[in-house]
Design a protein around this ligand. Sequence first.
Ligand code: PBG
Length: 328
Amino acid sequence: MITGKFPSLRLRRNRKSDWSRRLVEENNLTPNDFILPIFLIDGKNKKQAIKSMPDVYRYTLDKVSFVVDKAIKKGLPMIALFPYTEKNKKNDLGTEALNENNLVCKAIQLIKKKYKNEIGIMCDVALDPYTSHGHDGLFKSGYVLNDETIKVLINQSLLQAQMGCDVLAPSDMMDGRIGKIRKALDKENFKNVQILSYAAKYASSFYGPFRDAIGSKNFFKGDKKTYQMDFRNSDEALREISLDIKEGADIVMVKPGMPYLDIIKSIKEKFKIPVFAYQVSGEYSLLSNAIKKKLVNKKIVFESLMAFKRAGANAIVSYYADRLDKIL
Ligand code: PBG
């Protein structure tokens, strides 16, 4: 409660100098708050630019250590792996997801062998990098099948856990998958594999550049509105979160990030569970392009990331995570 009033009360007093502002700061960001997404691509000795995402690259496996080394040195707790899948490996059923020699499986093994437990690995559980139609699940007569998709997601989860993945992140928005995946993991003795549920994931146009990055842009038509959330809704996000918590999610994610700060805040207020935010590809490209065009100062990145903290996010998935020393 604020007592007193102007002119004896002056809120500007605490802002009078840098040291004072630092003392009264309510939030801050450190490398511990960040997860770095890494895009993988087949082949050798490649660091491939992604047209729609300035300064973000796809790496071949022989180059991945370079990125992971840097992430560890900068103090990041976790990386998230995403594969670019060549057209000839995509099909209707997304069977490449269950290939134990797929790019993600090879990357997990390589990273775990070299770095042990120095850094966490998070992997998406969803079929979209692997399906010829670009949907996150099995697609039949214009509809993404729920229960049938869950069966595949369970196998994808078990496979990634077996390879050494630390955190499984179902990002498909099928109903009931968290409980089923948890049960399967426990049964196979993966009791310590965490589940980070993309519980409030909206059908969003902010994912555009990501679809380019994983090579599903030219395959995907339509939208994901029958499974991802309607961006007009917020109560529904709380229902999604509450269900996933009951089903066993260890952490929940809100995605996209900046247009959904209200959702982060209400989840944080209502449920005492770690909440992560995903500053998605479209947000990243908007900010980066505006900076490149000198429309705005690069400090907008720090300001945007701080907004996640203020809203209550415990950690942020961000394509800026490998350049924090220039940002924080
Ligand atoms: C796949 C997935 C998507 C993103 C992360 N996992 C795209 C989608 O749902 O279409 C988007 C990330 C980004 O835009 O940075 N299920």
